[in-house]
Design a protein around this ligand. Structure first.
Ligand code: NAD
Length: 282
């Protein structure tokens, strides 16, 4: 069974649209500001897709493009202005920032940090704060698993990838959902040993051809977060889809899988931030 992202994204988007309408009836127009430093093609394409999803949901967007060599002072001034602007509910920093701005993401106001860029937001997520925003891609994987009714409680899950953006927070979300999680990374001695014992294998390594069918137990669920560009410009995941599909009970395609859910999660977080920032409960 192929687990496609579109129905999941459609379901989240439909709910977000209703929430946007409810906010507008209370006089709040949810708004996302995207801050990009430089012109990296990956950033430009994600920004385009994110803006189109926000538009589909009725969320206002504002794009701020800073020069690739902008100073720390310029970056902080742009960020502080949006931190202090009450009409902005969420801020998305396209990451990674250039080395000269490394660590500057910590200046982002935690209540507007809709993609979990700051240590404060990560800490809130680890502390299971219900108002916290997990990184959108990690949350998109959780939304996929929930939509396709993949049970997590007591399951053995192997996550390949331990970045702060995807792998580590995802391992934490899965642990919170009562799975038993093994996290692999580049220094893992034998990745296949860990994937073969898993009920669910999630790859977020960015390594095409990493997951082969002989690394999988029959009936496993495979979630492929990897987005890799082949020499001919086409996109593929980390799993060898056609051969892994023969072994897995469920598998996500790339493209058309997790990637299509990420921006709908971002929209959901903007709306949640708009509620929390406009109508604080305490
Ligand atoms: P990253 O480079 O920051 O981290 C990769 C992680 O995978 C590291 O922990 C590394 O140790 C591990 N790894 C790499 N190769 C490995 C191997 N051969 N064996 C075991 N571990 C290995 O990357 P990232 O930002 O976490 O992104 C991971 C992948 O997910 C990329 O392909 C990226 O394009 C994709 N991604 C997709 C979305 C989306 O679907 N919307 C969003 C973000 C990232």
């Amino acid at each position: 069974m192929e687990l496609r992202g579109k129905p999941v994204a459609d379901q989240i988007t439909a709910q977000v649209k209703q929430d946007v309408q409810a906010l507008q009836e209370k006089g709040v127009w949810p708004k996302l500001t995207i801050i990009r430093v430089g012109e990296k093609p990956d950033d430009l394409s994600y920004e385009r897709v994110a803006c189109s999803r926000m538009q589909q949901c009725g969320i206002l967007t504002e794009e701020i493009a800073l020069a690739a060599d902008c100073s720390q002072e310029t970056f902080i001034a742009a960020l502080q202005e949006k931190n202090n602007d009450p009409s902005v509910h969420g801020i998305l920093l396209l990451r990674p920032l250039p080395p000269a701005l490394s660590g500057m993401e910590e200046m982002l106001a935690p209540q507007k940090d809709v993609d979990c860029a700051t240590a404060t937001a990560l800490g809130r997520m680890f502390a299971e704060d219900p108002g916290a925003f997990a990184p959108c891609t990690a949350q998109a994987v959780m939304e996929m698993l929930a939509y396709y009714e993949v049970p997590l409680r007591g399951m053995d899950v192997t996550v390949i990838g331990a970045s702060l953006v995807v792998g580590k927070p995802l391992s934490e979300l899965l642990t919170t959902a009562d799975a038993t999680v093994t996290t692999c990374h580049l220094q893992t001695r034998d990745v296949a040993k860990h994937t073969r014992q898993a009920d669910i294998v999630i790859s977020a390594a960015g390594c095409p051809g990493l997951i082969q069918p002989d690394m999988l137990r029959r009936g496993v669920v495979v979630i492929d977060v990897g987005i890799n560009v082949r020499a001919d410009g086409s996109i593929c995941g980390d799993a060898n889809f056609l051969s892994c599909e023969q072994v897995a009970s469920k598998i996500t395609p790339v493209p058309g899988g997790v990637g299509s859910v990420t921006t709908s999660v971002l929209a959901k977080h903007v709306v949640q931030a708009a509620w929390q920032n406009s109508f604080p409960t305490k």
